[in-house]
Design a binder for this molecule. Structure first.
Ligand SMILES: [Fe+2]
Ligand SMILES: [Fe+2]
Length: 163
């Protein structure tokens, strides 16, 4: 997909970075039925990176979409799409919060078998819901934005992202 505007490119680049993170979650967490007996350096580094990315990239990305992008959709005749994406953000924020809390707990003092199962189940839910959300935005949101933006509104929105 060739994107004309900075605002849509920002969203697209974030989406690709998040999908790469989710692929790692699948490989490192979902593929392991049994949790690590203790957190080795490599796993610790991954958990730190995962928490940071979920808090910053996903949190900041959702805020940006909610403050600058989704309100535009109503103006361009797509209010239902905006509402659906917003509802998905609410559910995803809860899942992200629980995943981060369990990851931080595991990072600090290891995972009991029950905690690992819970962590793995929530990571599975995160991968499924966030992948589907991103696919929806790539397929439905970005094309609408590319139509709706003008060079002026694009610079304004992209500048807001960099604040
Ligand atoms: Fe979103
Ligand atoms: Fe997004």
């Amino acid at each position: 997909m060739t994107l004309k505007y900075s605002s849509t490119r920002i969203l697209h680049d974030d989406h690709m970075a998040t999908l790469a993170l989710l692929a790692e979650v699948e490989r490192i967490v979902l593929a392991r039925r049994d949790g690590p007996a203790q957190i080795e350096q490599q796993e610790g580094r991954f958990l730190d990176r995962m928490c940071k990315a979920l808090n910053n990239e996903v949190g900041v990305h959702f805020d940006f979409e909610e403050s600058s992008i989704l309100p535009m959709l109503a103006e361009y005749g797509e209010p239902d799409l905006g509402e659906l994406l917003l509802e998905e953000h609410h559910v995803l924020r809860d899942v992200v919060r629980d995943v981060v809390a369990l990851a931080e707990g595991g990072r600090a003092s290891g995972f009991s078998p029950e905690q690992w199962q819970k962590f793995r189940r929530l990571c599975g839910e995160l991968v499924e819901r966030l992948t589907s959300h991103i696919e929806k935005e790539e397929r439905a949101l970005l094309p609408v934005l590319e139509e709706a933006l003008t060079p002026d509104t694009d610079s304004e929105i992209a500048a807001h992202h960099d604040l």
